[in-house]
Design a protein around this ligand. Sequence first.
Ligand code: HEC
Ligand code: HEC
Length: 324
Amino acid sequence: MKFTTAFTICCLAGVVFAQGFFPVMPIPADNPQTPEKIQLGRKLFYDARLSADNSISCSSCHQQKFAFTNAGNAVSTGIRGQKGSRNAPTLGNVGWRKSLFWEGGSPSLELQAMGPITAHDEMGIEPSVLVARLKGIPEYSKAFSSVFTDGLTMLNITRAIASFERTLVSNRSPYDQYLAGDQKAMSKAAVRGMELFFGENGDCFHCHNGFNLTTEALHNTALQKTNPDLGLARITNRKSDEGKFKTPTIRNVALTAPYMHDGSIPTLEKVLDHYNKGGEDNPNADTLMRPLGLSKTEISDLIEFLKALTDVEFTRDPRFAAPK
Ligand code: HEC
Ligand code: HEC
């Protein structure tokens, strides 16, 4: 369907308003942010002593320079060289995500952190072993006693890490500058790409929308003919949920190849080819997965828009880097 110019402008203006608005970050009542707690969480995030053999930290798989992903790796490698089965998502704006993990299986950052710490193929350490280990490090026992009334516990380890993660805000991309009124922040090609993205021709906005460019909903984007990773069906056991994954934010996506929950698509060009042909013939394919008929120029414009979502300052911000 073609829109008249007037409608497109009014519609885009509406979209622009909604996109530029970062809501207040939700903070759990039992884990208020404090500067000391955030610093403690940051230290833990970068500390390989949180893994069974002292070799892997959260930052091994979530690297700041790649917007806190494991770019270059389709799946990540945990302790003893063990390979996982999924691609590490960005932690940019993760404090706003409604659920965590690709199938949305974890409701909070505090609970989520338990996953990698204890998973045998990631950091592989028992909570009791970790707590005892950190209690033996005077810096940590001191810091935990000053931050938490009940001192060093597993729950407080995850609380501190979650507090640090809530500071990982990415909102300084050329796209953000454009929305704030700097017309020159994005190239003409990127602006055309944005219009396609938020229009019915590109159709991306039905799933990638709002300030973080995700509706948070789960979809099957027809990556393959079958669904080797059950996705949402892991939780619901429903056949129709097989292969459904949480819509990722696509902020900083130019830094995070390869793509998708399994890291199976190596480049943005190939991601666009996938959407343009409407995906594979999958029984659970989302109805929005249909051939788009985008031209080569339109595809390259869309990619220019995706590149305008790169927030270089986020990847260099010293507040998010390993503590000295
Ligand atoms: C061995 C690599 C590895 C390590 C170590 C690791 N992660 Fe991850 N992380 C991943 C992968 C892979 C996923 C996706 C897993 C899934 O969805 O099943 C993930 C998912 C996440 C998510 C969910 C993001 C979202 O949008 O759904 C958060 C948050 C996260 N990790 C934080 C952490 C923290 C905090 C640590 C340290 C305690 C950590 N990770 C350690 C690889 C790793
Ligand atoms: C039906 C909802 C839907 C539509 C429409 C859609 N996406 Fe997605 N997008 C998703 C989901 C869900 C994923 C993750 C799929 C997976 O990993 O299996 C994803 C993944 C991506 C990724 C990879 C992100 C990463 O970190 O791996 C990019 C880039 C992307 N989409 C861009 C687009 C563009 C551009 C369009 C429009 C041409 C679009 N999407 C249309 C839901 C959608």
